[in-house]
Design a protein around this ligand. Structure first.
Ligand code: NDP
Length: 241
């Protein structure tokens, strides 16, 4: 894979697994998030940025676009602040949209001109199976569903220039975030597992594998799609993160 791949939120969980997998396949990876990656690699760079800050996101994206041939973009950074409707705040909604949706748009705006010029680009947005609806996810599901809408629109606008735009919607994935809310061995974790058709929680690499597939140059006939990597929870309509 020639050119650079941007992965947002590569300091933990799913983003880290995506970055590792891309590095293993020979890619040059630029990680964008607040904390440095937890590992080092010759082909891994990190730029510290709070992607919920629009001006900061635009500034770093412009700098990288001017100096690197970015051909792959994975918008993975995200946050979930669960709560019932009565507890949802305007601030939570603004923040979720800023990080999950606005940052993705900013990065796509910055890197798509270079992809258009090269007549090649691969964009993957990390949504969630919660986009289909899940209790206590008023804010989160709105943001993640927004990302699917943006994916479908941009597939139409960018396809003629060889750029594909897809979404990956994970279900419960055993990241630190999930383990914190569902400690291994807890009843709460077991309840989630029981609700998943394949009877296990997913791994970050379950998601990274699908992202790598969609980023591959050979995957150019798949665009505008949302691939659920959720152990079947999007079908059963229960459980999940
Ligand atoms: P983690 O909390 O482990 O990772 C989130 C990543 O996002 C971190 O690297 C974090 O980096 C980055 N991030 C958070 N806030 C910001 C910010 N303001 N600016 C820049 N980067 C930020 O979560 P997961 O790996 O579990 O989640 C990754 C994606 O997958 C998210 O979009 C999430 O919504 C989605 N997802 C996860 C599921 C799961 O079960 N785990 C299920 C469905 C979807 P840092 O703190 O260093 O800034």
């Amino acid at each position: 894979m020639e050119g650079f791949a941007i992965v947002t939120g590569a300091s933990s969980g799913i983003g880290e697994a995506i970055a590792r997998r891309l590095l293993d396949s020979g890619c040059n990876v630029i990680a964008l998030q607040r904390r440095p990656p937890r590992f080092r690699h010759d082909r891994l760079q990190h730029h510290k940025v709070d992607l919920a800050d629009a001006a900061a996101a635009q500034a770093i994206a412009r700098t990288i676009a001017a100096t690197h041939q970015v051909r792959y973009l994975v918008n993975n950074a995200g946050v979930n602040r669960p709560g019932v409707l009565e507890k949802a705040t305007v601030e939570d909604l603004d923040y979720a949209l800023a990080l999950n949706v606005r940052a993705a748009m900013i990065l796509i705006q910055a890197f798509s001109p270079g992809m258009r010029a090269a007549k090649f680009g691969r964009i993957v947005n990390i949504s969630s199976r919660a986009a289909l609806g899940k209790t206590q996810r008023t804010v989160y599901s709105a943001a993640k569903a927004g990302l699917i809408g943006m994916t479908r629109t941009l597939c139409l606008e960018l396809g003629a220039d060889g750029i594909t735009v897809n979404a990956v919607a994970p279900g419960p994935i055993a990241t630190e975030l999930f383990d914190h809310g569902h400690p291994p061995g807890s009843d709460k974790r077991q309840q989630v597992i029981d609700s998943i058709p394949v009877k296990r929680v997913g791994t970050p690499d379950d998601v990274a594998r699908v992202v790598a597939f969609l980023l591959a140059p050979e995957s150019g006939y798949i665009t505008g799609q949302t691939i659920f990597v959720c152990g079947g929870t999007s079908v059963s309509g229960s459980g999940g993160a």
